[in-house]
Design a binder for this molecule. Structure first.
Ligand code: SF4
Ligand code: SF4
Ligand code: SF4
Length: 302
């Protein structure tokens, strides 16, 4: 009973944070983007006596967590000039640096695209499929990241393949869905076949119809892959925060394995059966910490 109350409180807290992330980052009403726009407007007005910034940015236009990755690799001077005009373009690198020390908390608690996880909870179990304990998402995830970086190379500039990363963007769809919730359906009307595939993958097949609802995150999101790579590297230093299992407390009941939304937990038979954490995909949602009946999972320093 006590565990159920802890679990419900945790879910309420997490949905609250994801809605806060949505309010901060989604659509033309996103607080972070509108705040930055007003700041830029004020700076422009002070410097030039007139206003040059004339549009309210949205998550994928002015706070994109993906395009700056390829700018830094292939066009660093362009990244510097764009970031000078709008510091939000540096956000992905701040998130990667934070992930090195404390893990990808942004993914588990603030990214608006993560709400699919909770919509998936509302789906009846018989309509969902589960990949828990069956697939290791890390190779596909890093493979997609490498592909993403490859097709962003200058030799593909001006070709249709170059736009693959923007065409298959789940944040764009997150915004379209929220705009539709508030009565603006233009995003749906303007969809392309690539957009439709993304919607099917992010929202339906790997979203609400997959147990955990985070399929797009763990297989296809390059920003999440980089944050997890930083988390994996950082976890080796003693003062970084990470998720750990206290083996002597774990009864191998499997509850956490079944419920982990990112397929990060597995019970494997080495010399003896043991619970393993895949830090390449764990997004620190803390579901397992709050579900474990023996408090065997801990997030902390060291
Ligand atoms: S993996 Fe990507 S889409 Fe998923 S929560 Fe993280 S940043 Fe958002
Ligand atoms: S829920 Fe707790 S006891 Fe059960 S397998 Fe996970 S860590 Fe071990
Ligand atoms: S391992 Fe635990 S904290 Fe990490 S994603 Fe799975 S349930 Fe969340």
């Amino acid at each position: 009973m006590k565990r159920k109350i802890i679990w419900r409180k945790h879910l309420v807290k997490r949905v609250g944070f994801l809605l806060l992330g949505t309010a901060m980052f989604t659509g033309s009403y996103g607080l972070v983007m509108t705040g930055m726009t007003h700041l830029l407007l004020a700076v422009e007005a002070k410097r030039f006596g007139s206003v040059l910034v004339n549009s309210v940015p949205t998550i994928h236009r002015a706070m994109c967590l993906r395009m700056p990755i390829d700018w830094v690799i292939y066009r660093p001077e362009f990244f510097i000039s764009r970031t000078f005009g709008n510091p939000l373009y540096a956000l992905i690198f701040i998130l990667i640096a934070i992930s090195f020390f404390v893990g990808p908390l942004f993914c588990g608690w603030l990214c608006p695209a993560g709400l699919t996880e909770h919509l998936s909870r509302l789906m009846p179990s018989r309509l969902k499929f589960s990949l828990a304990g069956k697939v290791d998402p890390a190779p596909l995830r890093y493979g997609f990241l490498i592909g993403y970086i490859f097709v962003a190379a200058p030799m593909f500039r001006g070709t249709p393949i170059r736009s693959i990363c923007c065409s298959y963007c789940n944040w764009t769809w997150t915004e379209h869905v929220w705009e539709a919730v508030f009565g603006d359906f233009h995003g749906f009307i303007a969809w392309t076949s690539a957009g439709l595939i993304t919607f099917l993958l992010w929202f339906l097949i790997l979203g609400i119809f997959m147990k955990g609802g985070r399929g797009f995150c763990i297989f296809l999101c390059p920003a999440g892959a980089l944050m997890n790579l930083a988390y994996f590297l950082g976890k080796h230093i003693p003062f970084a925060w990470k998720l750990k299992v206290e083996k002597e407390k774990c009864t191998l009941c499997g509850i956490c394995v079944r419920e982990c939304p990112t397929l990060a937990l597995n019970i494997v038979a080495k010399s003896e059966k043991t619970l393993t954490i895949n830090h390449h995909v764990c997004n620190l949602c803390m579901d397992c910490v709050n579900l474990c009946p023996t408090n065997a999972l801990k997030y902390g320093k060291g």
